[in-house]
Design a protein around this ligand. Structure first.
Ligand code: AKG
Length: 374
């Protein structure tokens, strides 16, 4: 079989074809280091101050006055009605420049999108005991949770979430029994958004001058790719200027399709040293490139840091769908994008090795993908 990825240069500049950096660490992802408290229960308790564990260091706190920054900048909008060639050009430009865009005319039915929002709002409105029946552990993260990362005493984010694998699907016991329709609509939504991701992967491949099937094959092919989702609930917060709903991070996988709240903003995207607020267009999805595409494209496409701010008045719900390589598929820069001028920047890793770092450390800006560089 022909090698898909560029081999790693050794220190002397020649090629060492056996280099595979193992990122697996010895940390055991068996249990949380401290008892987990649901943020929604804190919010509902009527507390007027954010508990110390959620207070971020001064340099990480958001600026909430004056629109939050970004000087009126907006992430690009891609309209998929224009045909494949136009889509490839628009997606490629957006991902080289921003790593983020909104996509309109994507073909996912609006009624299905509404049904997914309704079902998950219904879940988060259940009593805490009902949600805690699905309390998650850091081993797989599947279920209801309120923290990311297992480092004791790390500052926490102001949000609860539900994490599920869709392909291959989480076992039945991880799927909430209520609301009744939740599993059916989530699965249907997952299949639709997977189709959209495959179309976007085709556009991204073409934008690199490669066959449309290139990235999907690199991820393990139709049977090998993995999909999962995190439904985020950011409750009202008494002191939003002190904390974040989700700390800065880039996503570890392939492509993320975010269904943002239909009326509450909160997502911000890093643009150089500024945080640019995202104002979702009605009916659009927000798409971002994640670390594995940055690696395969040898940083031609950028996985970009983003974070979520919260507010005093309204809770916010978002549904993040992640399209990822298969866990044991090796990922490195594609040999087609490597040349003497563009040497390979990253070693080859499996996605499982890569993801373990994120599961231990929680959201940490772009530290992981940057630390990978030769
Ligand atoms: O809630 C949002 O707007 C962003 C969510 C996100 O970045 C994530 O779930 O990884």
């Amino acid at each position: 079989m022909q090698a898909r990825f560029a081999a790693a240069p050794n220190v002397a500049g020649s090629i060492d074809r056996s280099v595979v950096v193992s990122m697996a660490s010895k940390t055991d992802l068996c249990s949380w280091p401290e008892p987990v408290v649901s943020v929604q229960s804190l919010s509902d308790s009527g507390a007027v101050a954010v508990p110390g564990k959620y207070v971020k260091p001064l340099s990480d706190r958001p600026v909430l006055i004056g629109g939050g920054g970004g000087r009126g900048l907006r992430i690009p909008v891609v309209d998929l009605r224009g045909g494949r060639a136009a889509a490839a050009q628009a997606v490629s430009e957006a991902c080289r420049e921003w790593g983020f865009f909104q996509v309109v005319n994507h073909g996912v039915p609006a009624e299905l999108v509404e049904a997914v929002r309704r079902a998950w709002r219904g879940f988060f409105r259940l009593p805490l005991e009902a949600k805690n029946a699905y309390a998650n552990s850091p081993r797989t993260y599947e279920g209801f949770g309120s923290r990311l990362g297992v480092e004791k005493d790390a500052p926490l984010d102001w949000g609860d979430y539900y994490f599920l694998n869709l392909k291959p699907a989480s076992p039945g016991e991880y799927w909430p029994a209520l609301p009744d329709e939740l599993r059916a609509v989530t699965e249907e939504y997952g299949a639709e958004v997977q189709r959209l991701c495959e179309l976007l992967l085709g556009a991204l491949s073409a934008g690199l001058g490669l066959e449309e099937s290139f990235l999907r094959e690199a991820f393990g092919g139709a049977e090998g790719v993995g999909t999962c989702m995190r439904v985020n609930l950011y409750p009202k917060c008494p002191q939003p200027e002190l904390t974040l709903g989700l700390s800065p991070h880039s996503d570890p996988g392939g492509v993320t399709v975010l269904l943002a709240d239909d009326h509450v903003d909160g997502l911000q995207v890093r643009r150089h040293s500024e945080w640019v607020p995202v104002r979702p267009i009605a009916g659009a999805f927000i798409v971002n490139i994640a670390d594995q595409i940055q690696v395969i494209s040898n940083a031609m496409y950028k996985s970009v840091e983003h974070r979520v701010i919260v507010n005093e008045k309204e809770e916010r719900l978002s549904v993040a769908f992640f399209y990822n390589p298969g866990g044991d598929v090796s990922i490195g820069p594609a040999k087609e994008v490597i040349s003497e001028k563009h040497v390979a920047l990253y070693p080859t890793n499996t996605f499982n090795e890569y993801r373990k770092y994120v599961r231990e450390k929680g959201p940490r800006g772009k530290s992981q993908v940057e630390s990978l560089k030769f």
